[in-house]
Design a protein around this ligand. Sequence first.
Ligand code: AP5
Ligand code: ZN
Length: 212
Amino acid sequence: AHVLILGPPGAGKGTQSSRIADRFDVEHVTTGDALRGNKDMDISDMDTEYDTPREYMEAGDLVPDAVVNAIVEEALSSADGFVLDGYPRNMEQADELEDMTDLDVILSLDVSRGELVDRLTGRRVCDDCGTNFHVEFDQPEEDGVCDECGGELIQRDDDNEESVNNRLDVFEDNTAPVIDHYRDHAGFVEIDGEQTPDEVWADIEAAIDERI
Ligand code: AP5
Ligand code: ZN
């Protein structure tokens, strides 16, 4: 299956994509994780304002299209089925994606802005395996320790209030139009992302099952 998951920062794309990858045996392709693993790569030959992705990411701005397009193109070329998370984030990227592959299911997670701020500023992630937790909504069994692998839970550099607000503004300006663009697609489905993670998952599983 070719699944695209869209939604604002903190909507639960990463959380739900992991479940999709397990259940439907597809690869989780995520530009956020790919960039976080390569924050200091030299992109100065791409005529960018900054020399590495780090500066863009810490501020919550978009990393230049050329960098991200290349990551996705490479990841999709080796994936049979996939759930694509974090891309496309503007119309230029959506046009690029159209040239790379077709899509069976397009999930759009809907969550209000106030809830997103709470989720992001309270998020903690495992430094080793990347599993998401939340100081209120999804507490680990032992404080500061990952349930899955025992790794240390840390706060992402861009989960401070200032970067979070900028990320939400960038979403509204650049990515909301992408979601509107996909509304006419036969595989498009809107999901209420403000339910519990299990309820969101039930809706997503049913939506994918219906379309593949
Ligand atoms: P990226 O890593 O993609 O971050 P994001 O879009 O801001 O998304 P998040 O990972 O913050 O949120 P999510 O929707 O995955 O939610 P999650 O499941 O974690 O991008 C980071 C940066 O990289 C960008 O700012 C940009 O600089 C760069 N970048 C990436 N892609 C790019 C691109 N295509 N072009 C240019 N630049 C790019 O959940 C959030 C929290 O909520 C967690 O704590 C979780 O436990 C909790 N939670 C989840 N679901 C629920 C629920 N149902 N109820 C209660 N809590 C919940
Ligand atoms: Zn872990």
